[in-house]
Design a protein around this ligand. Structure first.
Ligand SMILES: *[C@@H]1O[C@H](CO)[C@@H](O)[C@H](O)[C@H]1NC(C)=O
Ligand SMILES: *[C@@H]1O[C@H](CO)[C@@H](O)[C@H](O)[C@H]1NC(C)=O
Ligand SMILES: *[C@@H]1O[C@H](CO)[C@@H](O)[C@H](O)[C@H]1NC(C)=O
Ligand SMILES: *[C@@H]1O[C@H](CO)[C@@H](O)[C@H](O)[C@H]1NC(C)=O
Ligand SMILES: *[C@@H]1O[C@H](CO)[C@@H](O)[C@H](O)[C@H]1NC(C)=O
Ligand SMILES: *[C@@H]1O[C@H](CO)[C@@H](O)[C@H](O)[C@H]1NC(C)=O
Ligand SMILES: *[C@@H]1O[C@H](CO)[C@@H](O)[C@H](O)[C@H]1NC(C)=O
Ligand SMILES: *[C@@H]1O[C@H](CO)[C@@H](O)[C@H](O)[C@H]1NC(C)=O
Ligand SMILES: *[C@@H]1O[C@H](CO)[C@@H](O)[C@H](O)[C@H]1NC(C)=O
Ligand SMILES: *[C@@H]1O[C@H](CO)[C@@H](O)[C@H](O)[C@H]1NC(C)=O
Length: 695
């Protein structure tokens, strides 16, 4: 069966105009001599001497079949062929019979129950110019293939009209043709191209002579089946390598409508090496076309005189015409696209229709989809706007307004001119509308900005929400209450005393009134216990304070006492492993002027600049920050503060060292005040740091 399918494939490609080429693969195709013998051409040995022997116009066997009427030197033979005279009508015999006649012969054959006639293609006979066949079974269609005799007959046929018929194919004939491809003659290929005016070949189906199928089952051939398939596709490819053109110089109309078996290539094969200078009408209605092929898009190249192209009842779904058509062809052409599968009309379709002034397209009876879409909205706008309609040159297309919708169901059969945008039931934000995308983009941008701001000012936000709104945001370390006398010990140089007492006393009083952050500061001029040594005072104050606020200024750095306080506090933070120190930077101090410890301290502890716009909030926040998360970092020897800044790293061996030493330290990097100043007793306003006196 596969072979049969391939044969039908070849045949549909071949439908009428047969290409041929120097097929090379045929020798390899059937290696067996016996098969080659079998397929050898039976060239008909016709001579011109056989002819009408009597006075009978037609062979006497056709007396009952055909009625002959004569007009002006033409015999019009109308034949009704029934089962009783099936096969009697034999074109080969008739063309001999009529040879010497001075009359023209025209045959109008009607068959009953698909009776058979013998009609080899191309229909060439000296005196026959018209053959019409209806409802017949045509045999011998390929038998004239390779017949040198038919080349001696000049073209004469004007009208070939075969419809609703069956072509019965002898597999042997067909395969002879396929295998002896190179012997296809130009005449055979082009048919009656010099004289044919009308070619009608509609609703013709092919059937195979099943009697001959048996030989396919012959063992020899079975093995060659694949070769045969190869030959079939080679043949298609090689039809494109014809070495001559067919010029259908008189052909005015082709009707190849109603064929379900047209190959997609047949039109290309038909047009590529042929010219149709006079063709005005081409009917390809109901032939399964799925697109407007390139031959028809640029019809002026192949069919320069075309006036009517019937593509109705196909499956074409796009109105795909060449926008440059009007520049190429000055002839008016009508393209019938009714009853196709065009579901979508777009504004550009309408623009195209309007602009192609020489083309008239009929797209009625297509299943227009009126579901909500941008295209549909645009099209409706144009339909309802007469000035736009005119501007696009659509006055020739009034029928468009009468076209009806196929989908959705509620709009079925409604005319386009009778529906409005609101009937399309578009969602408020249709997926295709840009509004949601814009809104979404804005939201995303805003979100990104918020995230950036949050990340950048995370700390400030924490601080302000805490100090102003008393909200402790998540991710902040929990407060741990400790029994400390002071919230902070303030270490400052006496030069800064005025600012310090003003600022911190203010903080104390305001914090008492607001009730949330109640602070008590240890200010040495107020809170140091007289009589104790300064060292003891400092140590006690630092230990009994949760924090030490370092008021860092140039004066601070110059004061040994201050530095002593600093180191004491620094050590306290190490011992307590807490964010113990808060550094207030009073002025810009070049890094070079800072001692190593202080430098490191500024790196690891957050410091607050006096000129900061939310200085007080930061200060309150820092001091309310009573405990900080202690990470389990013994392995890595790394302590991180609550905000993930590494405080100490294992490389800082001296830190570990100091943890082990007891106060006072005798460490190079630390100023050992006790060595320099043996006894310091609290006094009044005489000392360099904090105003306590040196005894
Ligand atoms: C034809 O076939 C022969 C050998 O089988 C090869 O040498 C030659 O190139 C072929 N010619 C064409 C045109 O394919
Ligand atoms: C055709 O017929 C002639 C004479 O009848 C004969 O000599 C010739 O061999 C035949 N040709 C073929 C191909 O049969
Ligand atoms: C066929 O018709 C012709 C005249 O049209 C007549 O001479 C001839 O005898 C008829 N033959 C038969 C077999 O009827
Ligand atoms: C027959 O032919 C002549 C001239 O060729 C013409 O004048 C006449 O009209 C024709 N008659 C018919 C019936 O076609
Ligand atoms: C066919 O011929 C037979 C006798 O030969 C006859 O009885 C029959 O009516 C004929 N059929 C037709 C359709 O003419
Ligand atoms: C047919 O015409 C040819 C010449 O064209 C001639 O040789 C032949 O004898 C004629 N045959 C008949 C049957 O008239
Ligand atoms: C096509 O031909 C068949 C017979 O071969 C016939 O039954 C059918 O009605 C024809 N179709 C059309 C559309 O003419
Ligand atoms: C084309 O062929 C179809 C089917 O055979 C037929 O219905 C239609 O009328 C033809 N078109 C024209 C314009 O004749
Ligand atoms: C018609 O076109 C639609 C898509 O536009 C497709 O889904 C459908 O299969 C087509 N119908 C036919 C018969 O080709
Ligand atoms: C559109 O339909 C209306 C009413 O059915 C009719 O009067 C009008 O002629 C039609 N227009 C076209 C261009 O078919």
């Amino acid at each position: 069966m596969r072979t049969v399918l391939i044969v039908s494939f070849v045949l549909t490609v071949y439908s009428i105009y047969h290409g041929h080429s120097q097929e090379n693969s045929t020798d390899a195709l059937f290696g067996q001599d016996s098969l080659m013998d079998f397929l050898k051409l039976d060239v008909m040995n016709e001579t011109e001497t056989v002819g009408n022997s009597g006075n009978s116009i037609l062979p006497e066997s056709l007396n009952d079949t055909c009625t002959i009427t004569e007009t002006n030197g033409t015999y019009f033979c109308s034949c009704l062929i029934d089962k009783n005279n099936s096969g009697l009508w034999d074109f080969v015999a008739i063309r001999k019979w009529v040879l010497n006649s001075s009359y023209e012969f025209q045959f109008d054959l009607k068959c009953v129950d698909f009776s058979m006639i013998l009609l080899p293609w191309p229909i060439k006979a000296k005196n026959i110019d018209f053959v019409r066949v209806k409802s017949c079974t045509i045999t011998g269609f390929f038998t004239d293939y390779g017949n040198p005799y038919i080349e001696t007959i000049p073209d004469h046929l004007r009208v070939m009209d075969i419809s609703n018929s069956i072509v019965l194919i002898g597999l042997k004939d067909l395969m002879s043709m396929v295998t002896n491809f190179r012997e296809v003659t130009e005449d055979y290929n082009c048919g009656n191209d010099k004289t044919l005016q009308t070619l009608i070949y509609t609703n013709v189906t092919y059937k195979y002579n099943m009697d001959e199928i048996n030989f396919l089952k012959d063992g020899q051939f079975e093995n060659s089946e694949d070769d045969f398939i190869g030959a079939g596709s080679n043949m298609i490819a090689n039809t494109r390598e014809l070495n001559h053109r067919c010029t259908f110089s008189e052909l005015k109309q082709i009707d190849q409508s109603t064929s379900t078996s047209k190959s997609r290539y047949f039109l290309s094969i038909q047009t590529e090496l042929s010219t149709f200078p006079k063709l005005t009408f081409y009917n390809l209605s109901n032939t399964g076309q799925t697109e407007i092929t390139k031959e028809f898009k640029t019809w002026w190249r192949f069919f320069p005189k075309m006036k009517l192209l019937d593509l109705s009842y196909n499956f074409i779904s796009t109105l795909d015409l060449d926008p440059s058509a009007y520049t190429w062809s000055s002839f008016k052409i009508k393209i019938d696209l009714r009853f196709n599968n065009i579901t979508e009309l777009t504004q550009s379709d309408l623009e195209l229709l309007g602009s192609l002034s020489n083309v008239n397209v009929d797209i009625r009876n297509n299943p227009i989809n009126c579901e909500c879409s941008d295209h549909m909205i645009e099209v409706l706008e144009i339909i309802h706007d007469d000035t736009k309609w005119e501007a696009l040159g659509l006055h020739r297309y009034e029928y468009l307004k009468n076209m009806t919708c196929n989908l959705p169901d509620i709009l079925k059969e409604r005319k386009l001119s009778k529906i409005t945008k609101s009937d399309l039931s578009c969602p408020l934000f249709s997926a295709s509308s840009p509004a949601p995308i814009i809104v979404l983009s804005i939201c995303i941008v805003i979100l990104i900005v918020i995230i950036i701001l949050l990340t950048k000012f995370r700390k400030e936000i924490f601080i302000l929400t805490y100090t102003r709104f008393h909200i402790i945001l998540p991710c902040q370390p929990a407060e741990v209450s400790e029994n400390k006398t002071y919230d902070a010990f303030v270490s400052y140089s006496s030069q800064d005393e005025e600012w310090v007492s003003k600022t911190f006393k203010e903080l104390e009083t305001s914090s008492q009134s607001d009730g949330y952050h109640q602070f008590r500061f240890c200010l040495h001029h107020r809170d140091f216990i007289p009589g104790k040594t300064i060292f003891d005072n400092v140590i006690d104050s630092v230990e009994s304070s949760r924090h030490t606020v370092i008021i860092l200024s140039k004066h601070f750095l110059q004061s040994h006492y201050c530095m002593y306080e600093f180191h004491e506090a620094f050590q306290q933070s190490i011992i307590e492993r807490k964010r113990h120190m808060v550094v207030v930077l009073m002025e810009n101090i070049p890094e070079g002027e800072l001692p190593t410890d202080l430098k490191r301290c500024l790196k690891t502890f957050t410091y607050i600049r006096r000129d900061d716009s939310i200085f007080k909030d930061r200060l309150i926040f820092a001091m309310s920050h009573k405990a900080r998360k202690e990470t389990k970092s013994t392995n890595k020897n790394t302590v991180t503060d609550g905000l993930d800044n590494p405080v100490f790293s294992s490389s800082e061996k001296d830190v570990t060292l100091r943890l082990q030493t007891s106060r006072p330290r005798h460490d190079d990097s630390v100023i050992t005040l006790s060595q320099i100043v043996p006894d310091l007793v609290v006094g009044h306003n005489e000392s360099k740091c904090n105003g306590y006196t040196v005894a």
